[in-house]
Design a protein around this ligand. Structure first.
Ligand code: SF4
Length: 353
């Protein structure tokens, strides 16, 4: 037997949780538990499982029940397509296989709602078939155990890990092994901070040897988001300030904002000006109807959207208008309170008005 399996089974023997579906070899009951456990925590499943088994103690009882009643017994567990498919599959077993859950992985896998993992788990636990059962927990544990350097959702990583599990799987004890890995994944080799100090596999764990357990599983790198750099102007004309409305479509559609000009082709760096003369020249070029009397740099404000970042450099100044413009309005404090601004502009106004 592979030394990893040996250590794991010894640990499992001492620590295994007593769960209602572990007190049986009945494939029907194990199957129901596996379907309930998909996307649902063990503690949540236990009372549902017990009630379900009281009402539908065997495959025959479930197969003759109405779908409405079956769904009623699932109410609160969510993901109702799970129970509808289970019900269809159970009826198929009753009709096609004389009420006996097939003990052949391929045949069982062909039933509604039975995926690769469920097939492996039920076959190994109920019938001692030498089948692997790889779910998210197993992927995580094995990615650490063998320091798998491939991105965990990739086919290459899944293939490599399945091969490792197959390699370690102890013949004749696949059921205990698969459950042991599940327990290890949920109690010891947990997602956020693996508890290596209480792990039976430290001697064989490549990630532990490299002191890098938290580096695995390898995740997709976060996408870099582009940074757009702007100069924003908080311009006062007596007690009014200059504002404008954004287009009705696109980012912050229809909201109000302080006027701004973009810094072309700049990424996040120090390459922006803070000089008053440059700000005055830029502003008068873009808004020729404004007379800029005084303007000063006030600092940087950042805002992160899901797909891009705004880096905004704020100038505050006093202006007057030589003519009216449609693109810019001057509003009083009362008028301003009636308008909805983008958060970053509200932040600027709160700080300085
Ligand atoms: Fe997971 Fe740590 Fe055990 Fe390795 S030693 S399997 S990282 S808990």
């Amino acid at each position: 037997m592979h030394e990893v399996a040996q250590a794991l089974l010894a640990w499992y023997e001492q620590t295994k949780r007593s769960l209602p579906w572990r007190e049986t070899k009945d494939p029907y009951r194990i199957w129901v538990s596996e379907i309930m456990l998909q996307q649902t925590r063990v503690e949540t499943v236990i009372p549902y499982y017990q009630r379900f088994m009281q009402r539908f103690p065997d495959l025959a009882a479930l197969s003759v029940a109405s779908q409405d009643e079956v769904v009623k017994y699932w109410e609160g567990l969510g993901y109702y397509s799970r129970v509808r498919r289970l019900h269809d599959a159970v009826k198929e077993v009753e009709a096609e296989y004389g009420g006996v859950v097939p003990n052949d992985q391929e045949t069982f896998r062909s039933l509604p709602g039975v995926g690769e993992y469920t097939a492996g788990a039920v076959m190994s636990i109920a019938y001692d078939v030498d089948a692997i059962a790889v779910d998210g927990n197993v992927l995580r544990v094995f990615s650490r155990l063998f320091a798998v350097n491939k991105e965990i959702t990739s086919q290459a990583a899944k293939k490599q890990i399945a091969a490792h599990v197959q390699d370690v799987l102890p013949s004749g004890q696949a059921g205990a092994f698969n459950q042991a890995i599940m327990d290890l994944g949920s109690a010891v080799c947990v997602r956020a901070k693996p508890r290596c100090n209480s792990c039976p596999l430290t001697a064989f764990c490549h990630a532990y040897a490299q002191d890098s357990a938290e580096r695995f599983p390898v995740k997709k790198p976060k996408k870099m988001i582009p940074t757009h750099v702007f100069y924003v102007y908080l311009l006062q004309n007596e007690n009014k300030i200059a504002v404008r409305q954004r287009p009705q479509e696109g980012l912050l559609a229809g909201l109000w904002e302080l006027p701004y000009t973009s810094v072309p082709n700049k990424v996040e760096n120090d390459d922006f000006f803070t000089d008053s003369d440059q700000a005055k020249a830029t502003l008068e070029a873009v808004f020729p109807h404004l007379n800029v009397h005084a303007i000063d740099y006030s600092g940087q404000f950042d805002h992160v959207f899901s797909h891009l970042k705004w880096q905004m450099h704020l100038f505050r100044g006093h202006v007057s208008e030589t003519s009216k413009s449609e693109s810019l309005q001057f509003v009083s404090p009362q008028e301003r309170n009636q308008l909805t601004f983008g958060t970053i502009f509200t932040k600027m106004m709160k700080r300085y008005l």
